[in-house]
Design a protein around this ligand. Structure first.
Ligand code: SF4
Ligand code: SF4
Ligand code: SF4
Ligand code: FES
Length: 392
């Protein structure tokens, strides 16, 4: 055996539930356990962020330590003897799961997580009584960020993943923790020098239905049920793959035909692929780039496909606005073509066409509502639903 491996084997191992496991420097107990197929439940821990260790669902017992420790935050140390399944651990873990439920109002029937809620799964797995403690968030506010994202304080369990997403990932720093103890809430900053860019990363990282997209599906569903107009769906390139994961398809597996069939079955009259209008965006941008390169505009030229990026430039770096391409994004080109060129070809009054985009991003909701993108006084896109809104 190579010397390096021998050293690792002899010096760096911890004992979990009576069995020894090797580890590398800086690994947490949770990481060692996971790597070796030992299940420890987690809730606030997210691989994108440093551990905050505030849910205490992942507690373990370490020999020689008085307190139970959070396995997501404590680093493995050689010789540690850890138990994940003692009565003390079970009691504390179950109590912490119960307390998380009391941290938010269970609006399960309307919650975006209702079909795959890890909290409900955990409660079921450990037979935890979820209604022993009264909910204590009844009077919290809901903050809405334009028409894109909302933060419903009644459903927030104070894990702070949204704050980390906004601050550490996006560097926007728009969310802050206000108050202490039971009065604590996550709210938009009062700092007027900061603005939400509607990127939705807070919603992506929220483990419950507190930070989430502002749903448009109910209105779309009502239109599909009482059809008085021509309903047209268009879907973004990534959706055909991402939506498959919600239905158990493998990562990267394409589901275009199935999704188109499902949209038709839901009642859409026509379905368009945004791949087409993405090509138009590329062509318009390429033409503009050549013009700018010949000395007629600001260089370098930046894309305007991502409305969160556009909002970021507009608010935080307005001096860079001249560098944004004049081309519209694929969804706006697509909606515009449907309500002009295609409507004329099909002899349909554009006023009687409803365009629904299925998009991977919450900022697309904001983009679709922008006044300056209207064509002939009509919004090119009437509704935007996210991939998960369509799936769930
Ligand atoms: S996250 Fe949603 S589905 Fe899960 S318990 Fe809370 S309200 Fe219910
Ligand atoms: S949408 Fe983006 S910018 Fe706005 S609060 Fe969430 S993470 Fe921050
Ligand atoms: S809104 Fe969601 S992510 Fe943010 S603290 Fe509350 S539960 Fe956690
Ligand atoms: S997952 Fe470890 S404390 Fe929340």
């Amino acid at each position: 055996m190579p010397i390096k491996k021998q050293i690792l084997k002899s010096n760096k191992s911890i004992c979990i539930n009576g069995k020894d496991y090797e580890f590398e420097p800086d690994m947490t107990i949770l990481e060692v356990a996971k790597r070796n197929g030992i299940y420890i439940p987690t809730f606030c821990n997210h691989p994108d962020f440093p551990p905050k260790a505030n849910c205490r669902v992942c507690v373990v017992e370490i020999e020689g330590r008085r307190k139970l420790e959070t396995s997501c935050s404590v680093k493995a140390e050689s010789g540690m003897k850890i138990r994940t399944d003692t009565e003390r651990v079970k009691k504390a873990r179950n109590m912490n799961i119960e307390l998380i439920f009391a941290e938010h109002i269970e609006k399960c029937p309307t919650c975006i997580w209702r079909t795959n809620c890890s909290l409900l799964e955990m409660a079921d797995k450990y037979k935890v009584r979820i209604q022993r403690f009264a909910d204590r968030k009844g009077k919290r506010k809901t903050y809405k960020f334009a028409n894109a994202v909302e933060l419903d304080g009644t459903q927030c369990i104070d894990c702070r993943n949204c704050v980390d997403a906004c601050t550490l990932l996006q560097k926007i720093d728009y969310l802050e923790v206000d108050g202490k103890g039971i009065h604590q809430e996550i709210r938009p900053t009062r700092d007027k020098g900061k603005e939400c860019i509607y990127c939705g990363q807070c919603a992506v990282h929220c483990p419950v239905g507190a930070a989430q997209e502002q749903a448009d599906w109910d209105e779309v569903e009502a239109l599909l049920k009482n059809k008085t107009k021509t309903l047209v769906a268009q879907f973004a390139p990534s959706v055909r793959v991402a939506i498959g994961e919600e239905f158990g398809f493998g990562y990267g597996e394409e589901t275009t035909e199935k999704m188109v069939a499902a949209l038709k079955a839901l009642g859409f009259d026509y379905v368009f692929d945004v791949n087409f209008s993405a090509d138009i965006t590329t062509m318009v941008e390429a033409e503009e780039l050549l013009e700018r390169a010949s000395g007629t505009g600001s260089m370098p030229m930046f894309t305007s496909c991502c409305p969160a990026w556009v909002k970021y430039i507009e608010f935080y770096h307005p001096e860079l606005i001249p560098h944004l391409t004049n081309s519209k994004s694929p969804q706006i080109h697509g909606g515009g073509l449907i309500k002009t060129y295609w409507a004329e070809k099909m002899k349909i009054n554009p006023d009687n066409i409803i365009v629904v985009s299925v998009m991977p991003c919450t900022a697309k909701k904001f983009e679709a509502s922008r006044e300056e993108l209207k064509i002939n006084k009509l919004n090119p896109v009437d509704y935007v639903v996210t991939t998960r809104e369509l799936a769930w």
